[in-house]
Design a protein around this ligand. Structure first.
Ligand code: SF4
Ligand code: SF4
Length: 395
């Protein structure tokens, strides 16, 4: 989006304020500059050259979760998320700041590099030094160490073509993403096994490519575009009928930016689209399952899927329309606010205890795992698909 396009889109905002009560940061900070309307005004002033990019302006944009709750509430149909990406890109272009954030994104979005950091981190952990890191007066560093504990040791699923357990001409490709490789290898393995057992041959990419969402939402739209183009090239060579996504944020990015030459389908929707006679027979589960709906999961169908588990009590976490505070790199860049939003979710979980909490997004899963552990709760965090696989009755 050019500054002119930004201004034209922002002009659709009539400053009615209907979005304000829906905005989590406005509700917590009670500051117009931390509301959608306020941020749109700041971006307009920036694009017109009336305001220079500077720490104060950036702070208000940085505090935005990018959750899009304002978009759903807006009667004028303002495309706030696109405005925010454009505003941040304008700042990145004019200010060329945040080299540390840029470096961090480069580590997070490259599965090989992140794998190396994971090995280094686990060696470091064994020295006992992370306990000292907690005494460092940097909330960002502390959060990095807390979340780093979720990096798994050992390699994720190897690339290649995994044949179905039955002879078949059906083939899909799994979008394994970047961070999920190191934090949720179990989810990738489970999805692969599930699809193979359902009669699908599965391609695991040779060189997994990030979807570009983390870069785009931090103002590095050129790099995000390069990721999208690389994904288009990769999928253009694929013989699969569909690209199956596991994390809703990656799905949204690939879908909105047409970053695949083959249809992109979320695994939850894919399973729901199977003819009933092909859907696995499920064992009963006699516990309570709470559903968290990620902001990026538009029209989330987890409930529809999980209701197929006999006897399971499926409940939605209260305030599901409010962001959990994970919001991609927000967990690291705004640790205080991120924990405030996440802790509100944990309070809801305490009032309606569940054995399992399901969420269909990698970042949200990381946020919940850390805060649930810190709260001393026993709730397991799973992807809806992992629960379906767990309950598959193969007798
Ligand atoms: S609801 Fe839409 S038009 Fe109204 S202030 Fe918010 S963004 Fe602007
Ligand atoms: S994206 Fe979310 S946090 Fe940002 S302005 Fe909109 S409602 Fe507020």
């Amino acid at each position: 989006m050019t500054p002119e396009q930004l201004l034209s889109e922002a002009d659709r905002c009539v400053k009615c304020g209907f979005c304000l009560p829906e905005c989590p940061t406005y509700r917590v900070l009670a500051n117009e500059a931390d509301s959608p309307r306020g941020r749109i005004s700041l971006m307009q002033a920036l694009a017109k050259g009336e305001l220079d990019p500077g720490a104060r302006l950036e702070t208000h944009l940085d505090r935005c979760l990018g959750c899009r709750a304002c978009e759903s509430a807006c009667p004028s149909g303002v495309r706030y998320a696109a405005l925010l990406d454009a505003g941040r890109a304008l700042i990145a272009e004019r200010r060329r700041g945040k080299p540390l954030l840029h470096w961090l994104l480069a580590q997070l979005t490259n599965p090989e590099r992140l794998g190396r950091w994971s090995r280094v981190f686990h060696i470091f952990r064994r020295t006992g030094l992370p306990a000292l890191a907690n005494t460092v007066p940097s909330a960002r560093l502390n959060r990095l160490f807390q979340l780093g504990r979720q990096l798994k040791q050992g390699a994720s699923v190897k690339p290649g073509l995994y044949p179905a357990t039955l002879p078949t001409s059906k083939q899909v490709r799994l979008f394994t993403g970047c961070v999920g490789h190191q934090t949720e290898p179990h989810l990738i393995q489970t999805s692969l096994t599930l699809l193979n057992k359902l009669g699908y041959a599965v391609e695991i990419p040779e060189a997994p490519i990030c979807c570009g969402a983390l870069h785009r939402h931090n103002g590095y739209s050129d790099e995000a575009e390069r990721y999208c183009e690389a994904n288009r090239r990769q999928t253009g060579k694929s013989r699969a009928q569909a690209l199956i996504t596991l994390a809703s944020a990656c799905h949204l990015e690939l879908h909105e930016h047409r970053a695949s030459r083959i249809p992109v389908i979320n695994l939850i929707d894919f399973l729901l689209g199977l003819p009933l006679n092909e859907f696995p027979l499920l064992k009963p589960y006699t516990g309570r399952v709470a559903i968290h709906v990620p902001c990026s999961s538009q029209g989330d169908c987890s409930r529809e899927l999980l209701q197929r588990i006999p006897l399971a009590e499926i409940v939605e976490l209260a305030d599901n329309s409010v962001c959990c505070g994970a919001a991609g790199s927000y967990m690291l860049s705004q640790p205080g606010l991120s924990i405030t939003f996440g802790s509100a979710k944990i309070e809801h979980l305490k009032t309606c205890p569940a054995d399992i909490l399901v969420t269909g997004n990698t970042g949200c899963a990381m946020q919940f795992r850390q805060l649930i552990e810190e709260a001393g709760l026993k709730t397991r965090v799973m992807h809806p698909v992992e629960l379906i696989h767990q309950q598959w009755n193969e007798d």
